[in-house]
Design a protein around this ligand. Structure first.
Ligand code: IMP
Length: 204
């Protein structure tokens, strides 16, 4: 299958989140792209109305590419529990929402309350990455990290649902691992590896 190469120099990152912008800018640094955020360009934030990670990333990437006239990269990610038919899934962030901001202790507590009696402990993180061009072409990648959910939460590193997720082949939760160890096996790393193999010029 032939993929469209991302040949820069400018790339819009379809996020208004400064932390994500920094993380992706770091991943792309070796290729010398100039990464600009959707917020800095004054682009609107489209509603995430799809029921899949890829669908929501596609909405964000296409909206940013069409509004800016530049290639745009968007992501969408979340946590899925097998015994809950993949929930919270695309609603992962919503489960943490409170009037006073996001509360992940509460969100993890919901998982435990709903799934504690189910023998099936499998869970996974997903990360969709979509690059869109102003002509409507997209390149789409989905990375997953599979493992099991545990209770009680353990570890103080990482973020979100990391304290209740133990990846397959490991004993520590994502929140107990050194950040570099998590990044080597994460859903985000898996998606980015596919993206760079398909769409980034080979380095060196
Ligand atoms: P998004 O920012 O709309 O893509 O929402 C992603 C949701 O999934 C947030 O609630 C994050 O906390 C959660 N999430 C995504 N990736 C991870 C991860 O690597 N560890 C823990 N939580 C994650």
């Amino acid at each position: 299958m032939s993929h469209r190469l991302l040949d820069g120099p400018k790339l819009v990152l379809a996020t208004h989140n400064a932390g994500k912008l920094r993380e992706v800018a770091e991943l792309l640094a070796p290729w010398g792209f100039e990464v600009v955020g959707a917020g800095a360009l004054g682009l609107p934030e489209p509603a995430e109305t799809e029921d899949s990670f890829l669908g929501n990333a596609r909405i964000k990437a296409l909206a940013a590419a069409r509004a800016s006239g530049l290639p745009a990269l968007a992501d969408d990610s979340g946590f899925s529990v097998a015994a809950l038919d993949g929930a919270p899934g695309v609603r992962t962030a919503d489960w943490a929402e409170t009037p006073a901001g996001r509360d992940y202790a509460m969100a993890m507590g919901k998982v435990e309350k709903l799934a504690r009696h189910a023998p099936d402990r499998r869970a996974w993180f997903s990360c969709a990455l979509v690059i869109a061009w102003p002509d409507g072409h997209t390149e789409e990648f989905l990375g997953e990290a599979h493992g099991a959910w545990v209770w009680p939460p353990r570890g103080a590193q990482g973020f979100g649902y990391d304290p209740i997720f133990v990846p397959d082949g490991h004993v520590q939760t994502f929140a107990e691992m050194a950040p570099a160890a998590k990044h080597a096996i994460s859903h985000r790393a898996a998606a980015f590896a596919q993206l760079s193999a398909a769409c980034l010029p080979r380095k060196g």
